[in-house]
Design a protein around this ligand. Structure first.
Ligand SMILES: *Cc1c(COP(=O)(O)O)cnc(C)c1O
Length: 406
C-alpha cells in the first residue's frame, strides 16, 4: 500500500485543474475587495473604536459601505453587535416582516437555528407575531422547484427567502447562477418585495455574489467566510438601502437606527479579515476538494461531487456508522492548533434538535472558517466539514484521518 503522503500527492495531481480554478476565483475576488478598499479610501483612522453611543463612528459606518461595495449593494450593516449568523438572519427578517405578511422560502426548510425564529411557538417567533410561512420543497435532485413555487406563490408574499448553502441537508449549495434564475422567476410572477439570501458559507466561493444576480439582500456571519478568519465575532447584512434602514431600526431601536453602536476594541480585524477573505476561502475550498477526493477514493459518499466546482466551503461525508463519523470529527480536533488534546463528545447544543458532535479547535471560538467538523449523531451519520485557514492545515488533518481509516 502507498503511504498516506503518496496517496495525498496522487489526490493533489488529480485536483490540479480545480486548484487552478480556485486560484483564479480568489484573484478575481482579491482585486474586487482591493478596489472597494480604494474606492472607500480606507485609512488607519477607520480602525479606531468608539465607546458609549458611538455617534459618528466612522469605522463602523465605513465598514458597512465597504461591504456594500464588495457585494454590489446600496448599503450595509457590518457589526460585532450582530452576534452570529442566526442573529443576523433573525434581525433582518424581523426588520422586514410584519403581521399578516408571508415569508416564502424557495429552498426547502431553512437551517436548523432559523426554524424556531420562523415557526417557534410562544417564543416571540415570526409566527407568534402573525407572520405566515410558506415553504417550497426542493425537487428530487435537490434543486428549486419552479412549478411548486408558481403554485404556492401569493400576493401576501413580502419576503422571498433563499438559503445558498446546504446547512444540515444532503444537497449541494446553489450557484449564483441558480439563485439568479430563481430571482428572475419570482419577478416574472409579479413579485415586488425583498429577495433575501442566507449567504452563510457562500461568500467569495464564486466571482459573483447573489446581490450581483438579483437578490435584494445578503446576510452572513463574520466567523465564516466573510470575516477571513480574523473577525472576532459579528455578522453582515448588505442590500437595498430601504431594507437596510428598516433592519437598522430593528437592530437598535426605531428612533435611532444606524446612528448608534460603538465597539471599543476598534475595527482593524474586520477590515483586515475582509481583505484576507478571498484568499482564506480559497484555502478552505482547496482543503475541501482534497478531503472530498480522498474520501471518495476510500469509498465514502460525499458532497458536493468532486467532479464539479463547489458552491460553498462545506462538505458532507456519509459514514453510515456512528463510530467512524465521530472518530473522523475527533481526528479534526486532534489536528487543531487549539485544544488539540480534547476528545469531542456529542451534546445538546442550543438551537438544534439532535445531539451534535463538533470539532472546533479554533482561535475564534466556534469559527467555522477555521478547520472544523460537526454533525448530528443520527443515521446516516454524516459529518459536515468546513474551513481551514491554511491548505496545509487541511492536508495535515487529512493525513491523520487517513492513518485512522486506511
Ligand atoms: C452557519 C449557518 C447559519 C447560522 O449561523 P450561526 O453563525 O451558526 O448562527 C445559518 N444558515 C446557514 C446555511 C449556515 O450554514
Amino acid at each position: 500500500m502507498t503511504t498516506n503522503l503518496d496517496f495525498i500527492e496522487e489526490c493533489e495531481r488529480h485536483l490540479k485543474g480545480k486548484f487552478a480554478q480556485t486560484d483564479d476565483i480568489a484573484y478575481h475576488n482579491q482585486v474586487k475587495v482591493l478596489s472597494a478598499f480604494r474606492n472607500n479610501r480606507i485609512a488607519v483612522r477607520h480602525f479606531v473604536g468608539t465607546t458609549g453611543y458611538g455617534y459618528g463612528d466612522e469605522g463602523r459606518d465605513t465598514l458597512g459601505k465597504l461591504y456594500a461595495d464588495v457585494f454590489n449593494a446600496e448599503a450595509g450593516i457590518v457589526s460585532p453587535h450582530l452576534l452570529s449568523g442566526t442573529h443576523s438572519l433573525s434581525v433582518a427578517l424581523f426588520g422586514l416582516l410584519k403581521s399578516g405578511d408571508t415569508l416564502f422560502c424557495l429552498s426547502g426548510m431553512p437551517y436548523d437555528t432559523i426554524r424556531p425564529v420562523i415557526l417557534g411557538e410562544n417564543i416571540g417567533s415570526l409566527k407568534d407575531m402573525g407572520v405566515n410561512f410558506v415553504c417550497c420543497d426542493l425537487d428530487k435532485n435537490g434543486k428549486m422547484n419552479f412549478s411548486e413555487i408558481r403554485e404556492k406563490f401569493s400576493e401576501n408574499v413580502k419576503v422571498v427567502y433563499i438559503q445558498r448553502s446546504r446547512g444540515y441537508e444532503l444537497r449541494d449549495a446553489f450557484s449564483c447562477e441558480e439563485i439568479g434564475k430563481a430571482c428572475e422567476f419570482v419577478r416574472s410572477l409579479g413579485f415586488k418585495g425583498c429577495i433575501f439570501v442566507d449567504n452563510c458559507y457562500g461568500e467569495f466561493v464564486e466571482k459573483i455574489e447573489p446581490t450581483d444576480v438579483g437578490a435584494d439582500l445578503c446576510v452572513g456571519s463574520l466567523i465564516k467566510n466573510a470575516g477571513g478568519g480574523l473577525a472576532p465575532t459579528g455578522g453582515y447584512i448588505v442590500g437595498k438601502s430601504e431594507y437596510i434602514e428598516a433592519i437598522g431600526r430593528r437592530l437598535t431601536a426605531p428612533s435611532i437606527g444606524l446612528e448608534v453602536g460603538s465597539y471599543a476594541f476598534g475595527y482593524q480585524y474586520f477590515y483586515q479579515g475582509l481583505f484576507m477573505a478571498p484568499h482564506t476561502v480559497a484555502q478552505a475550498l482547496k482543503g475541501s476538494l482534497l478531503i472530498g477526493y480522498a474520501m471518495s477514493k476510500l469509498g465514502f459518499i460525499n458532497y458536493p461531487s468532486i467532479d464539479k466546482m463547489p458552491y460553498d466551503i462545506t462538505r458532507c461525508i456519509e459514514f453510515d456508522d456512528s463510530d467512524k463519523m465521530q472518530n473522523f470529527i475527533r481526528e479534526v480536533q486532534y489536528a487543531s492548533p487549539i485544544d488539540s488534546f480534547v476528545c469531542c463528545e456529542a451534546w445538546d447544543m442550543p438551537g438544534y434538535d439532535d445531539k451534535i458532535i463538533m470539532a472546533a479547535g479554533t482561535f475564534v471560538s466556534g469559527a467555522s472558517i477555521e478547520l472544523s467538523a460537526d454533525g448530528p449523531v443520527k443515521p446516516p451519520y454524516v459529518a459536515y466539514f468546513q474551513g481551514g485557514l491554511t491548505y496545509e492545515h487541511c492536508r495535515y488533518a487529512l493525513e491523520r484521518i487517513l492513518s485512522k481509516l486506511r
